[in-house]
Design a protein around this ligand. Sequence first.
Ligand SMILES: Cc1cc2nc3c(=O)[nH]c(=O)nc-3n(C[C@H](O)[C@H](O)[C@H](O)COP(=O)(O)OP(=O)(O)OC[C@H]3O[C@@H](n4cnc5c(N)ncnc54)[C@H](O)[C@@H]3O)c2cc1C
Length: 532
Amino acid sequence: MADQQTREATDLFIIGGGINGCGIARDAAGRGLSVRLAEMNDLASATSSASTKLFHGGLRYLEYFEFRLVREALIEREVLLRAMPQISWPMRFVLPYHPSMRFESDTPTSKLLTTVMPWMKGRRPAWLIRLGLFMYDHLGGRKILPGTSTVSLKGTPEGAPLEDRFETAYEYSDCWVQDSRLVVLNARDAEARGAKIMTRTKVLSAARDGDLWRVEVQDTQTGETATHFARMLVNAGGPWVGDIIHEKVHLNVKEGVRLVRGSHIVTRRLYDHDKCYFFQGTDGRIIFAIPYEEDFTLIGTTDAEHLDPDKRPDCSPEEQQYLIDFANRYFKQEISAEDVVWTYSGVRPLYDDGASSATAATRDYTIKVEGAGGAPLLNVFGGKITTYRRLAESALEKIAENLPDVSGPWTAGVTLPGGDFPVDGVPAQISGLQRSYPFLSERWARRLVKHYGTEARKILGEAKDIEALGPMFGGDLTGAEVDWLMDHEYARTAEDVLWRRSKLGLRQSEAQVAALEDYMQAGHRRVDTRVG
Ligand SMILES: Cc1cc2nc3c(=O)[nH]c(=O)nc-3n(C[C@H](O)[C@H](O)[C@H](O)COP(=O)(O)OP(=O)(O)OC[C@H]3O[C@@H](n4cnc5c(N)ncnc54)[C@H](O)[C@@H]3O)c2cc1C
């Protein structure tokens, strides 16, 4: 409430604690700007925890001639990999080839091919895939990741789970990222550089008040309200970007987002190697099958129009069946609804470029500033997890046109908390952790390194045995880890811990979830994340 009396204004007030809001907060705080960020739920509670979790160039976007986006994303993969080797790692993608593969009919490439080679009748020829992969290898900055190769599917581990009609595949590189952990680490780093991160804080309204924005917020747990002032407002509301413009700020802006739901299914592990599959469908769409959380396989995604951001996205029975049928055209061992252990869905906030289909809508981002000169508003439309850092740099370029003394870009090459070790250093981190804490199993040490990197040691502290880490909640989750997540990573509920800070929810029983919830509710809360 002190703000209301003094009108003490920050440079930026950011709405939205997804990857784009937190990425902008970190970049801005590092450039010396004073920053407040409000997230109405938990960090990454919307789209940024529901992605396919790839740092990728987006092979299929080449068919839409999205060369700028693909090039930027390809270069960015390795920049990000170096900055966070604990939560991101290289993956190989196996793309089986079969002559029946088809284009989606409205891609620019398929239209071109239909004009010049009408006898192809919408087929996606092998030479075109090779050309695409050649471009993918050479468009941008690949130094760490291996390039494309051809693999036989006869008598090889890659071919073993697939139907016999697949004889050859192409194999290329992209990277995995723990999406919701990426968001939290950006928020933490922003806070370490002076930003104030307010979770469970909803922006009710924002209005211009002279040269400032006057922002009314509410703590969604206590109902308490407060007012903040800022020189510039950033709308990184993801699927709610339009709602914020029209319902919270009451402005008439012509840009909009198109909401496209994407769903994934998770099954028990379907095959024994650590590579991913890139499957092409007869409808021109593609899906991935990815090794997930050691014991599972992740399959996705769909593209379905989603009209209301307030309607919780859920994987519909039709989407689930679509993914099952799609996978069954490739895997020898058929899967059914009984094999699905979990599903999740997210809403892509795509910039509305008037594309005819959800699949065709651009995945590129657009940043627009409204009202430059006095109390400007910066709106973020679209974007990918992969391009969040570049999106933040573009946003800061525009912010610098409106605020004085903003220093230059700095985030490339600067590690996120816990990521201060080499890209190929994970095995050394795991064995080092086991040496220091001999009671850790290899699997437990690996999970800790792949979540917290070098900070795993801060969680384990002086512990000499498991008992020293407090209560056990199943899946090797201890009181010490939960305390860390509450003290340093803004976790408030069991759901935050089990589905966003980790994916241990896949293994927890109802009783364990209840015990964790009791522990957290009885525990302390971070005072500095409250409203006011
Ligand atoms: C199915 C699917 C798969 C994807 N796969 C990939 C992939 O593999 N690789 C990749 O690079 N990208 C991928 N993406 C894209 C990527 O996930 C999104 O572009 C990105 O997460 C969007 O982040 P955001 O911060 O803009 O939105 P969000 O993460 O949705 O964040 C917006 C936040 O704003 C908050 N908010 C809204 N209104 C208010 C308010 N009034 N007050 C306070 N807070 C508010 C919301 O609660 C929300 O947390 C995928 C997307 C989907 C849906």
